[in-house]
Ligand binder design. Structure first.
Ligand code: GDP
Length: 610
C-alpha cells in the first residue's frame, strides 16, 4: 500500500510497531525515531486538531493519538522507568530486598518545615544541641545537610535523623526528583504569629506526600504567644490536636529557651511508633539518597547521603546519580570517621569522582566497573535531557507550549527590597491581554534568586524575575541545567514590557479559512500506481499545488482534509493553474472522484490580532 500522505509529505506507517520515547518528547524526537519529516508530523497532528511546533514538548496523550493515526504504538517512558531499566540491565533494583521478617527497626527521618521566621533554623539548632552523644563527643557539629541525635524514650536510647535544610526546599527538591526521604514532618508555627501562607504550603506538601505531621508551636516564650489559637487555626486544615480529640501531636516549644524540646522529640518518636513501621534490611547492598553535594577544596567531591537500606562501608563501590567512585571515607556530622553507616544514618561520603545532586539515589555495586558504566549512561541521558529541556522548559520565547492547557503565566519575583517587589508585582498584575490568559505570582521575596526558587520554578513551569538581584551560585547552575528561564531587570517598565509582549505571544493564534480556488471535474483518469486524477477546469481563483482541498458533490462535502498532491497541465507538473484553464488534479490516496464533482482549495491563514 502506498504511504498515506498528509500535507504533501509522506509518513512512514508503523504497522503497529512499537516506538519508545522519553516523557516530554517533541515531534522532532519522534520523527527521528521513525524516520519521518518533523513537518509531516506537525501537519498530521494539525489534522487531528492539535497545533504544536516541531520542537515543542508534547504530552503523552497527544503522542499516543498521533501514534494511533500513523499506526505506531508509542510508549512513553518516564525518566524513572528509564533508570529502572538501566539498572535492570545490570541486574540491579533500587528498593528493599529480602524477607520483611529479617528487617531491623530504623530511626525516623524528620524534615522541619514552616513559615519563614517561625524558627525552623533555630529549632534545628536547639535540637542538635540537646544531643547527648554530641555533648559526650565534645565535638562541634558541622552542617552536612542532615544529622542524627539520640534521645531517651522509656529508658531506650532512640536515634532520630533530622534533615538539616530547613524549609520546603529540600523536601520539594527531593520529591520533585522522586525520592522519598522524610518519614515525619515537624511543622513549626510561631505562637505569636499564627498560620501563614508557607505554613499552609508546608502542610499541603506533607499531606500530599502522606507524611505524618507533628506540630511544634514555637516561640511560646514570647509575649503575646497564643498556642491555643494555633491549635484552633490548624483544625481548619485537618490537623486536630490530640487534646481536642484529633490524632496530631502539638508540642509547645521555645527554640530560644529550649523549653519543650524533649517533649517534641518524644512526640516525634510516638508518632513514628503509632503510625509508621520503620524497618529496613541492613544486610542487602546499601542504597539511599543524596542529601547534599559539594566540592571541597581539599577532599574533592563530598556528598552527604542518607542510607535507606543496607550498611554502607568504607571501600564500597558506589554510584550516586551520575557520580561514582569508591568510598574512601565515611564521616558523621561531628567529623568522626565511621566504619559503617546503618539505615537512616546521614554520612558524608568522600571518594566520588564528581558531585551528585540532592535527591539523586545512590547504590552500592559489586564492581567499580559497573558503577562507572551506570554513571556514564546516566550522564549521557542527562546530556540528552538537557538538550531537550533547553527547548522544553518554558521560556518567554516559547510560552505557548507550557500554557496550552492552563493559560496562565506563573512568575516568581525576587527583588532587592520589598518595595520594588511589591511595585513590580502590582504593575504586572495590571497587565491585561485577554480574558483567557492570567498571570500568577506564585512566590515573591527579597534577596537573591536561590536554589529553592529554582526548585519551585521547576515544579510548576515558572519564569523567574530578578529585579536588581542575581541568582546565587548553585541556583544559576541548576537553572541552566534544567533550562529555567531567569530574567534580570533593573527598570520596572522594561520588565512589564517584556512580560506583556510574552503574554500577547501566548494568545492562541486564530486561523481562518481563505478560499483559493475551485475546479470542476470533467473527466477521471486512472493512472497506474498513482490512482485517480481529476481532469478539471478551474472555475474560480487559482488551484495551487500542496494547498488544502475538499471535494464537493451535489453541494455536499464528500471529503475534507485533502491536499492537492499533484497538479499538471498536459504532461507538465505545474505549481498553479488559473481560472479558465484545464488541468489534472491528484488528491493523493483519495480516489473517490466523479465527473461534475467540485474541488475547492483553501488555506488556513493566521488572523492578525487587533
Ligand atoms: P526560620 O526562617 O524559620 O528558619 O526562622 P529562624 O530560625 O531564622 O528564626 C527567626 C527569628 O525568630 C530569629 O530571630 C530567631 O532568633 C527567632 N526565634 C526563633 N525561635 C524563637 C523562640 O522560640 N523564641 C523567640 N523569642 N525567638 C525565636
Amino acid at each position: 500500500m502506498a504511504a498515506p500522505s498528509m500535507g504533501g509529505v509522506s509518513l512512514p506507517r508503523g504497522n503497529g510497531q512499537t516506538v519508545r520515547l522519553p516523557r516530554g518528547a517533541s515531534l522532532t524526537d519522534l520523527a527521528e525515531k521513525i524516520g519521518a519529516q518533523p513537518a509531516a508530523l506537525v501537519t498530521a497532528l494539525f489534522h487531528l486538531g492539535e497545533m504544536v511546533t516541531a520542537t515543542q514538548s508534547v504530552n503523552d496523550e497527544t503522542l499516543q493519538l498521533l501514534g494511533a493515526e500513523i499506526d505506531w504504538d508509542i510508549q512513553v517512558v518516564s525518566p524513572e522507568d528509564e533508570d529502572r531499566e538501566l539498572l535492570e540491565t545490570f541486574d540491579l533494583t533500587f528498593g528493599d530486598e529480602g524477607d520483611e521478617e529479617d528487617w531491623e527497626a530504623r530511626p525516623p527521618v524528620v524534615t522541619v518545615m514552616g513559615h519563614v521566621d517561625h524558627g525552623k533554623t533555630k529549632l534545628l539548632d536547639a535540637i542538635r544541641n540537646t544531643n547527648v552523644v554530641a555533648r559526650e563527643a565534645g565535638g562541634i557539629t558541622q552542617h552536612i545537610g542532615a544529622y542524627q541525635i539520640v534521645t531517651e524514650l522509656e529508658d531506650d536510647e532512640r536515634p532520630i535523623t533530622f534533615i538539616d535544610t530547613p524549609g520546603h526546599e529540600s523536601f520539594t527538591a527531593m520529591r520533585a526528583r522522586g525520592a522519598k526521604v522524610t518519614d515525619i514532618v515537624v511543622l513549626v508555627v510561631a505562637a505569636d504569629d499564627g498560620v501563614m501562607p508557607q505554613t499552609v504550603e508546608a502542610l499541603n506538601h506533607a499531606q500530599a506526600a502522606e507524611v505524618p505531621i507533628v506540630v511544634a508551636v514555637n516561640k511560646i516564650d514570647k509575649e503575646g504567644a497564643n498556642p491555643a489559637k494555633i491549635r484552633q487555626q490548624l483544625t481548619e486544615y485537618g490537623l486536630v490536636a490530640e487534646e481536642y480529640g484529633g490524632d496530631t501531636m502539638f508540642v509547645d516549644v521555645s527554640a530560644t529557651t529550649r523549653q519543650g524540646i524533649d517533649e517534641l522529640l518524644t512526640a516525634i518518636l510516638l508518632t513514628a511508633d503509632a503510625s509508621l513501621d520503620l524497618r529496613a534490611n541492613t544486610q542487602q547492598d546499601p542504597q539511599g539518597v543524596v542529601i547534599e553535594g559539594k566540592l571541597d577544596k581539599g577532599r574533592g567531591p563530598v556528598a552527604t547521603v542518607l542510607v535507606q537500606r543496607g550498611t554502607l562501608r568504607q571501600g564500597d563501590s558506589i554510584v550516586a546519580g551520575d557520580a561514582y567512585g569508591r568510598v574512601r571515607s565515611l564521616l558523621d556530622e561531628h567529623g568522626n570517621k565511621l566504619k559503617e553507616a546503618l539505615p537512616a544514618r546521614p554520612v558524608q561520603v568522600v571518594g566520588l569522582t564528581s558531585v551528585p545532586r540532592a535527591g539523586d539515589t545512590f547504590l552500592v555495586v559489586e564492581e567499580d566497573r559497573v558503577a562507572r558504566q551506570i554513571a556514564d549512561r546516566r550522564q549521557a541521558r542527562i546530556r540528552n535531557a538537557q538538550n531537550a529541556s533547553m527547548r522544553k522548559r518554558i521560556s518567554l520565547e516559547d510560552l505557548d507550549a507550557a500554557l496550552k492547557e492552563n493559560r496562565q503565566l506563573n512568575l516568581i519575583i525576587k527583588g532587592d527590597n520589598s518595595g520594588t517587589v511589591e511595585a513590580l508585582e502590582e504593575a504586572l498584575m495590571k497587565i491585561e491581554v485577554s480574558d483567557d490568559i492570567s498571570l500568577r505570582v506564585i512566590h515573591r521575596g527579597v534577596g537573591g534568586i536561590t536554589k529553592s526558587d529554582i526548585d519551585l520554578a521547576l515544579a510548576d513551569d515558572v519564569i523567574v524575575l530578578g529585579f536588581n538581584v542575581r541568582a546565587e551560585g548553585q541556583a544559576t547552575e541548576l537553572a541552566n541545567r534544567e533550562g529555567v528561564d531567569v530574567r534580570y531587570y533593573s527598570v520596572i517598565y522594561q520588565a512589564i514590557e517584556e512580560i506583556e509582549a510574552a503574554l500577547k505571544g501566548m494568545l492562541k493564534p486564530e486561523y481562518e479559512e481563505v478560499a483559493l480556488g475551485t475546479a470542476e471535474v470533467r473527466e477521471v483518469f486512472r493512472v497506474p500506481r498513482i490512482g485517480n486524477v481529476a481532469g478539471s477546469i478551474v472555475r474560480s481563483g487559482t488551484i495551487t499545488r500542496n494547498s488544502k482541498a475538499r471535494l464537493v458533490r451535489d453541494g455536499v462535502v464528500v471529503a475534507d482534509n485533502l491536499t492537492v498532491e499533484s497538479l499538471r497541465r498536459f504532461k507538465d507538473d505545474v505549481t498553479e493553474v488559473r481560472d479558465g484553464y484545464e488541468c489534472g488534479i491528484g488528491l493523493g490516496s483519495f480516489n473517490d472522484i466523479k465527473i461534475e464533482d467540485v474541488i475547492e482549495t483553501f488555506e488556513m491563514r493566521e488572523k492578525p490580532r487587533a
